[in-house]
Design a binder for this molecule. Structure first.
Ligand SMILES: Nc1nc2c(c(=O)[nH]1)N[C@H]1C(S)=C(S)[C@@H](COP(=O)(O)O)O[C@H]1N2
Ligand SMILES: [Mo]
Length: 254
């Protein structure tokens, strides 16, 4: 691309961000198709250049200057979620299913007994705000090692308790997905702790994902199941996440 094309592409991007993003990306517009192909390109270029192992910046304790701002769903009202919450998460189980040799059902105690990773990172929401917080949890790669994904597995799909949308077609549950490079990335953790305490409900209790080189919406909160799959076609409308189904980038790398 020459300089003018880059500038024009940048201006288009800025205009899109300035508008209410969900609305303009509704439907199968040419803008949406252009953004989808740019997204695929970023994914491939990132993987080719960095190989997927480069780390997101980590910060010092003194950089945590405010509480972690909750966003999206902050208080799920699903009956199964409320029952587990009332029981102090004693009956909570994380299920790992799909294309795995050994399906898992892990309690929070099981997860906490595994090696722990703690990291201070910056969360960037597509709506234009950031927060630095300490996240503590179990590396996702270690959990997947236990489940032994089959060779056909290409994606990890995260199923969440919360209803993000209610409409004529019924309830829509939040879901997300990642490729297996991000799933095994050293900073990708299933977090059960935040800023030195148990993960609050507003921020995804009892278990939420941190995948530090991706935008905020890729960090699924309220996870109950991780499903290994060979394609994203069978989930939602097939683009890999609640927000990707509504026109946002699936990869959303930063
Ligand atoms: N299950 C679920 N996960 C979610 C969301 C949500 O609404 N439901 N919102 C996403 C968005 S847009 C952001 S910015 C972050 C917010 O995380 P926080 O509440 O800890 O700030 O969670 C992401 N993960
Ligand atoms: Mo977000």
């Amino acid at each position: 691309m020459n300089r003018r094309m880059v500038l024009r592409a940048g201006a288009t991007g800025a205009a899109v961000l300035g508008l209410s993003a969900c609305r303009i990306l509704d439907g199968d517009t040419s803008l949406r198709r252009a953004m989808a192909s740019a997204n695929g390109l970023t994914w491939r270029v990132q993987r080719a250049l960095a190989g997927g192992r480069s780390l997101a910046r980590e910060y010092a304790e003194a950089d945590i200057r405010q509480g972690m701002r909750p966003n999206g769903v902050t208080d799920p009202d699903a009956a199964d979620y409320l029952a587990l919450k009332a029981g102090g998460w004693a009956d909570y189980r994380l299920r790992v299913t799909g294309l795995v040799a050994r399906p898992l059902s892990l309690s929070l105690a099981d997860l906490r007994a595994m090696p722990v990773r703690s990291q201070i990172t910056r969360h960037d929401c597509v709506e234009g705000w950031s927060c630095i917080a300490r996240w503590t949890g179990t590396p996702l790669g270690l959990v997947l090692d236990l489940a032994r994904p089959l060779v056909a597995a290409r994606y990890a799909v995260f199923h969440c308790f919360d209803t993000i949308e209610r409409g004529l077609a019924g309830e829509v549950k939040y879901y997300e997905s990642h490729d297996l490079i991000d799933a095994w990335h050293p900073q990708t953790i299933l977090a059960w702790g935040m800023n030195g305490t148990d993960l609050p409900v507003a921020n995804g209790a009892p278990l939420r994902l941190r995948v530090e080189r991706a935008l905020g919406y890729k960090h699924a909160k309220y996870i109950h199941t991780i499903e290994l799959a060979d394609s994203l076609a069978g989930f939602g409308t097939g683009r890999g996440s609640y927000w990707a189904d509504r026109g946002y980038d699936w990869y959303a790398g930063i």
